[in-house]
Design a protein around this ligand. Structure first.
Ligand code: ADP
Ligand code: MG
Length: 387
């Protein structure tokens, strides 16, 4: 098979080189950043993400022999060949588990899907808390929905993509990432109620307000993340059970003091974070609705303090990026994503963006950390067909 390489020496096989035919179409699904509402989705609360311009793209064509042939420019290695009929949780190691999991979830839900030839490419930074995994799942879900003429609503596809990650890959994520990747719109944040998947697109015109949203990828991922996520989730479920609630979502700020008094010491900070974080999402939506985007800043910063002090999922690198951004004049900043590394967002005057990036970079250098990778987030479109 002949292959070409890009400027970085990366293998760039075309669909025809990989699969010996032309694709039936091409689809894209974006990564996301969450403005506010962290660790609330699995507590059935509120979140407020935006989609990024960065996407996973999938070229695909159906097969009639039940084979699923997968290749990714970022995956490394040759085409992975699987039998759709034999897909089972835990059976597909590595990155191919994400796209294969989507096909499994569709089939397991009773949808009439067969095999496909697939080529993936992406510019969503992986492992940076920007949800390249959901972008990958949602791109494949959108492709299958079209190719096999399923006509499923976007929230249904998001749930199937989440099931792929939870049950097939084995990552216990909430529903935010997949809903953001499927449903976001340009120029808006997605106000999502994780309990019933109700959504509202809240206008978020950063440029019109003279603002910019920086994403500072710390490029660190601390190992304790995976086990800690599951433990935090279990702690929230235990607290809800002790309080006799279906989920912590059912508790509001007014009921918080009485609820805290009933809980053991170790669960109190978790509950306090979830309840105050839901209130922060509502405050952020109110600021956006009022067209007062700068008022979002203090809400972000308060969210970071809660994640650092109560939920305890920040780390020295994310704390430093937040502090340096605020010291350089950001309206607000916080870690985004699950924590233990990943990215920080900073809301800044557009004219101050370069200064804030320089200040965070200098602070990282002084502390002996690798330089953060920076991108400017523009609220972009959710999953869609490109060709
Ligand atoms: P995040 O979703 O925050 O980027 P995750 O650890 O949840 O981080 O997901 C990253 C994983 O998703 C990668 O290790 C890889 O297995 C898979 N992945 C994401 N994008 C791609 C891609 N373009 N090609 C192959 N695998 C990908
Ligand atoms: Mg992910």
């Amino acid at each position: 098979m002949s292959t070409s390489t890009d400027a970085g020496g990366r293998s760039m096989s075309t669909f025809a080189e990989l699969h010996g035919r032309t694709p039936e179409g091409e689809w894209a699904a974006p990564g996301r950043v969450n403005l506010i509402g962290e660790h609330t989705d699995y507590n059935l609360g509120f979140v407020l993400p935006i989609a990024l311009p960065q996407t996973v793209r999938v070229q695909a064509a159906r097969r009639t022999d039940g084979l699923l042939r997968l290749w990714s420019a970022q995956g490394g290695g040759p085409v992975t060949e699987l039998r759709v009929a034999e897909l089972a949780p835990g059976a597909v190691p590595g990155w191919a588990g994400y796209p294969a999991g989507v096909v499994w979830a569709l089939r397991d839900a009773g949808h009439p899907v067969g095999g496909a030839d697939i080529r993936l490419d992406s510019d969503v930074p992986g492992g940076a808390g920007l949800s390249s995994s959901a972008a990958l799942e949602c791109a494949v879900a959108a492709a299958y929905d079209d190719l096999y003429r399923l006509g499923l609503p976007a929230p249904e596809l998001a749930l199937l993509a989440q099931r792929a990650e939870n049950a097939f890959v084995g990552v216990p994520c909430g529903i935010m990432d997949q809903m953001a990747s499927m449903c976001c719109r340009p120029g808006a944040a997605l106000f999502l109620d994780s309990r019933d998947l109700a959504t509202r697109h809240v206008p978020f015109d950063l440029a019109g307000a003279g603002l910019a949203l920086l994403v500072l990828d710390t490029r660190v991922k601390h190992d304790l993340g995976d086990g800690a996520y599951a433990a935090l989730r279990a702690g929230c479920e235990k607290a809800a059970a002790l309080l006799g609630l279906p989920a912590l979502r059912s508790l509001d700020a007014a009921g918080l003091p009485a609820a805290l008094a009933q809980l053991p010491d170790d669960l109190r900070p978790l509950v306090r974070h979830v309840v105050t974080e839901n209130a922060r999402v509502e405050a952020a939506v109110a600021a956006l609705d009022a067209g007062d985007l700068a008022a979002l800043g203090p809400v972000l910063t308060a969210g970071h303090a809660s994640l650092r002090d109560d939920y305890r999922v920040s780390c020295p690198e994310t704390d430093l990026a937040v502090e340096a951004a605020l010291a350089a004049g950001a309206h607000g900043a916080r870690m985004t994503g699950g924590g233990f590394g990943g990215s920080v967002i900073a809301l800044v005057d557009a004219t101050a963006a370069d200064r804030v990036v320089a200040a965070v970079t200098a602070a990282f250098r002084a502390a002996g950390h690798a330089e953060p990778r920076t991108l400017t987030a523009v609220p972009a479109e959710g999953a869609r067909r490109l060709a």
